[in-house]
Design a protein around this ligand. Sequence first.
Ligand code: GCB
Length: 746
Amino acid sequence: MVRIVKKINEQWEFEKQGERTLVSLPHTWNAEDGQTGPALYYRGACTYRRRLKKPALASGQQVYLEFRGVNSSALVRMNGKELARHDGGYSTFRVNVTDALEEDNTLEVLADNAPNDRVYPQRADFTFYGGIYRDVYMIIADSSHFDLDDHGGSGFRITSEVSGDNAVVRFETYSVGEAEKIVVSIPGAGETELALETVDGKTYGRGSIAIPDVHKWDGVEDPYLYEATAALYRGGVAVDLVRERFGCREFRFDAEEGFFLNGRRYPLHGVSRHQDRLGVGNALTRKMHEEDMELILSMGANSIRLAHYQHDQYFYDLCDEKGIVVWAEIPYITVHMDTGRENTIRQMKELITQNYNHASIVCWALSNEISLQGVTEDLMENHRILNDLVHEMDKTRVSAMANLFLLETDSPLVRLPDIRGYNLYYGWYVGEMEDNDTFFDEFHEKYPDTAIGLTEYGADSVITLQSPKPEKGDYTESYQAVYHEHMLEMFASRPYLWGTYVWNMFEFGAAGRNEAGDPGKNHKGLVTFDRQQKKDAYYIYKAWWSREKFVHLCGSRYHDRVEDTTEIKVYSNLEKITLYVDGRLFAQQEGQHVFRFQVPIDGVHQIRAVGGGCEDCMEIAKADAPNPSYFMSHDKVRNWFDAPQANGEDREGYLSINSTMAQIQATEQGAALLADILGRMTKKAAGGMGEGAAIPEAMQKIVARQPLKKLLQQGGMELEEEKLEELNRALNQIRKAEVQKESERG
Ligand code: GCB
């Protein structure tokens, strides 16, 4: 009899701080407090308990429990006896419980997401929801079975090598117990008996099947998957079976032409995905995974960065099936811990062992923005070990890293992995959108032989916030759209970029954040946290990337408009758009992606945009005064910034908040004032992620060009009006320095 696999998600008793409830898995205890910030969410240990009857076992059969994800650490007990511990909240682990089983058993899992100094992640811009938040299975296997004790893997590795139209598919199996023979078969392509060898009590099987005229896994156009079954025989019968899907494809990264799939250029149009959603946290159903995939595909993306940790097996399966190219990574993020090395190695081994057969995955990323507090020798050493590990475990894929924008491009850390990627937020946290363009132009000129990609970029927006004059830092849906318009234009003229990844496809829980009146979340998503609404920015991607015809009117949530002539903006992948106002033809325009119409308004108007058999409608109205719900409620600062006196207060020859950082820095008193403000700002940046940041020279130059006013507007400082006035008055007392610095003139 081959193995039996049974889901055991029901009938768990959950105990948190002495309170017990009955729950079904998947489950998290932070579904609410992990998304509503800024108060602390519960990070500690909770217990899950369940009765477990001993299954009927034939002689030698083994019983395993398989946990697909327990965040962050788990301790498994059976009838009070400790059986296993696991550190790392995103990977599968198994526990052999055979010897501990009595007739009736109490299974106990202590899940613990308390802060510590050994398990990643510890500091990051997302919520570490605690719980048994993925499925749990019981596996009853014969004494001879494919290895269930190797880092949560299946014991069956498939490697395909494509050359021209043909492929050779190599198999490796790892099994325990007696094995007469192991046979691998691929329906329609052949069957082979593996050569067996015993090493350290385990059986290693090797073999291959050639597939002439192979059907390739060819991205979203044709994501063809093969299936291979490995059967282990003992006593003349198959006693264990594993089935794995795989794809045959080739890929490479080119410094001049970007990403290639199966020999042709295939620019990676990517988004990043965090797994959680509103009210649910990380305890997702399959339907939710499917819905995420549908949304990503409908926008026309062909690649996903599965950030910042290992995702559910089911989602990698969906990526395989839909032809999505995947960047996979471990949660080695933000701050390096000298005491966390072992955990990074373990998480990487698990990531690769468990996901090796997925056709979708092309790289294993070592870390994300790990250099925030500088690059130490221990950090470098940790990365070298991980990089070597990736190469040793997988000869077919590349190592990668997502670098912090502050990291100098010539740092040895940047050069370590096989491919390069930067996370850039010019046009949001610092600098202007155009600084992104400059960054890549300079990089490409300096390193013409190095492939470079953009592993993150984005701007926050709260879907209710609207503006006719969008500005960096205003959190409006309008600015986010303008920002992404720029980024797409920028990519179009830089074909050497191997890939770009929007941060983020979805809004997500970030308990440390408190922004724009909606605490506990990161709002860079193109789609809202509940997956119910697509922001305007979603459609500019669809216009560039998708072939599914559509017309989208921007600003449908910007109903009350104060301007006499308003801009009606249409995103579409059609080339001719006709606009109707109140049922009458207003204008027709030919173009690409973005269509702008200036429409005079004086009452309530029905707007309709039509093209290629598609249409979109909305209502807008002329308003006498701005609708306050379109602005950040707590934003006294903004109103003050908008007030004329704040702009006209410059005193000839003296500093003000309109002075650039360089001008202020050039005076002793000004520099002292700034040091204090900046210290407070970096501490607060991105929900606390900025604390301890080391700011290199190149970055300081960008900052130096900015007026202080802009920086304050952007830096997440909730300064009261009076404080700003006070600051301006203080600056007004300081005479400008005579000699201006280079950075200020340039
Ligand atoms: C980053 C991080 C990501 C954050 C993002 C942001 O660079 O990698 O985890 O969520 O910035 O929105 O600030």
